[in-house]
Design a protein around this ligand. Sequence first.
Ligand SMILES: [Zn+2]
Length: 284
Amino acid sequence: MRILSIDIGGTKFSAALFEDGRMIRRESRATDREGGPEWMLRQIESMVSGWGPFDRCGIGFGGPVDFATQRVALSTHVAGWGDFPVAERVAALFHVPITIDNDANTGALGEALHGAGRGFLPLFYMTLSTGIGGGIVSADGSVWRGADSWAGEIGHLTVRPDGPVCLCGARGCLERMCCGLWLERDYGKPARDLLADPEFVQRYVVDLALGLKAAIMLLNPARIVIGGGIAKTGEALFAPLRAELRRQVTDWSRARLDVVPAALGDDSVLWGAFALARPVSSIR
Ligand SMILES: [Zn+2]
């Protein structure tokens, strides 16, 4: 079986072709933020035009997706996607079954079944980059989406009730305090430069751990996997983060604190969209 996997993000978009469970082709291009969905569909069509036939297609989208209706719920970072019927339109292009979910859920599935989460279910996955997203994979290997597809939105947990206003309209969200977009706006430097300073990291991990503590208390995951650009900081971030979590989650709780970086790098979403598109009987 050949499966096409697509990752639609605010800064770049990628596609990969999987055959018999292996990635045999992959390409990535920059997103034109002004282009909107019509531009993106034309780009995807031309990118994969020479790739030969495929049987199914999975899509990870960089924004909220209503899984039940397979439509984009709203677009906070890119214009023109609100209520756009992506699955319907891509199906009309390729004439194969399409499944779409947001990129945090898709990344979670990718890491759970093919990356750092293998053998560690239930899993909590957090993407830490321009924004912050989260995904929950249950013990049976399926994504837990909640009643309205809004489960796992760790980026909008309140960590500083009197903090600055987030893009969602609330104050002091984890995303407002810790994501790449706001770090750069607040401190005038890219996250990568800020996190090169160990003293900055010491302060940064306090809010980050407050968010993760909530996930640990609610879900008691077997492992937490963190992906996205900021997670590429590596042990200089993860060692202080684990220490801070150990401090915040007191010995009263016997929940394990197993926090590791994503193993699939920039391909977590592509692997997850591949897993999402597979027929249910062939999962795991
Ligand atoms: Zn928010």
